[in-house]
Design a protein around this ligand. Structure first.
Ligand SMILES: [Mg+2]
Length: 393
């Protein structure tokens, strides 16, 4: 088998709002074509124009190559994917190594695993390792609305009840009354965080798992710790990204003094960054995004490293069913992955997320069954792909 082409599809929903903090509005889908008719699919969560350029560019020297030119002509089955990954990583190192370059490699790696699974007639997880779970437990990432604390809290409470009604046993609250991700015109202080979470806990009762994502809200670890200690009696599964992600010493300080797990990792590229996050930052829950971390090959390394340190894995995923499928395949072989991030397409606001795939993973009795179709097991709706493709002529 030989790779004959690598095609990048840059997608964007109509009327995308550049002021919204919402990466579900665009997407980069990569298709790797082979001379045997098998096509691998991958996606990644970063600026799609930047990642596409990283793939499509031609190199000017041996350490600044484009990904596409390194892939054309190689046999994706002959060489193991790790070897291909290293070739892409080293060959693009001068312009890549972290950031959007690794996100681009992530989409490619996902597509290479898809090809391998399709060629073998097996779902990817069967090629990734030993089965570690019979089904995958999802948590619902809620998408509340509201421009003041009262309506925002009410929206979160309604979402929680809706999530429980469709079968979820766990959900994540985004509580960002301040900080870089502050929700619309919502404004509040440390006490607001407590009030929102306490109101939600009261609504849903004790028999439901709640995570809280404050999205890098604090810049001061001392202040963050004081605010978060108030949340301790609310029985939370984790607090996600309390501090700006570069303050790893601050993360370690909070982790040491707070009686709630700390989660982070949605932006981390490569397993090297997860070593820092877990060893210096001491996070309890590592959250690789399969596309951003560098694909399934890197995500599996993060799972292994977390296991060696007695930490949990709960992947980040906020693109389409392609990335969700990749998360599920990863979780199937990771025994210390208690949840994956997931919201059924019909509950999502982004039409891209809702409509891109012909079939989506379906929640059955509160869990996601292991995929049984070859490769990632996803089929793109070509009409929807065309509809959202941005013209680059
Ligand atoms: Mg987050």
């Amino acid at each position: 088998m030989k790779i004959t082409d690598v095609i990048c599809h840059i997608l964007e929903i109509p009327n995308a709002n550049a002021q919204a903090t919402d990466s579900a509005q665009d997407d980069l889908i990569v298709e790797i074509y082979t001379d045997e008719g098998i096509v691998g699919i991958g996606e990644t969560d970063t600026n799609p124009w930047v990642a596409a350029a990283f793939i499509e560019t031609t190199g000017t020297h041996t350490m600044g190559l484009g990904l596409r030119e390194m892939l054309i002509g190689i046999d994706p089955l002959e060489t193991d994917i790790e070897t291909i990954w290293k070739r892409l990583y080293v060959g693009s190192a001068m312009s890549g190594r972290r950031g959007a370059g690794i996100c681009a490699i992530g989409a490619i790696d996902m597509a290479l695993w898809d090809i391998r699974g399709k060629a073998a007639g097996q779902p990817c997880w069967q090629l990734l390792g030993e089965q570690a779970q019979d089904a995958i437990q999802p948590y619902a990432s809620l998408q509340p609305e509201g421009r003041d604390v009262e309506s925002y809290t009410q929206s979160l409470q309604e979402w929680l009840l809706r999530a429980r009604d469709v079968g979820f046993r766990a959900a994540k609250l985004e509580v960002t009354p301040f900080g870089p991700y502050a929700h619309e015109q919502l404004s509040g202080d440390d006490a607001t965080v407590y009030e929102i979470v306490a109101a939600c806990r009261k609504t849903i009762g004790d028999d439901f798992t709640i995570m809280v994502d404050v999205q890098y809200a604090w810049s001061d670890a001392e202040r963050a710790l004081r605010a978060l200690q108030r949340l301790e009696p609310l029985n939370l599964f984790f607090i996600e990204t309390p501090l700006w992600i570069d303050d790893l010493d601050g993360y370690a300080y909070i982790q040491k003094n707070l009686n709630i797990r700390i989660a982070a990792g949605e932006w981390q590229n490569t397993h090297y960054e997860f070593i820092d996050l877990m060893d210096r930052g001491q996070v309890d829950v590592a959250q690789p995004d399969v596309g951003r971390v560098g694909g399934l090959t890197e995500a599996l390394k993060v799972c292994r490293l977390a296991g060696e340190r007695d930490r949990l894995i709960v992947p980040h995923c906020w693109k389409t069913g392609i990335g969700i499928a990749a998360s599920i395949h990863m979780a199937a072989v990771c025994g210390h992955c208690p949840y994956v991030e997931f919201l059924p397409g019909n509950l999502c606001q982004s039409p891209l997320r809702r409509d891109l795939l012909i079939e989506e993973p379906v929640l059955q009795n509160g869990v996601l069954p292991l995929p049984d179709r070859p490769g990632l097991g996803v089929t793109i709706n070509r009409d929807v792909l065309e509809k959202f493709t941005v013209s680059r002529k």
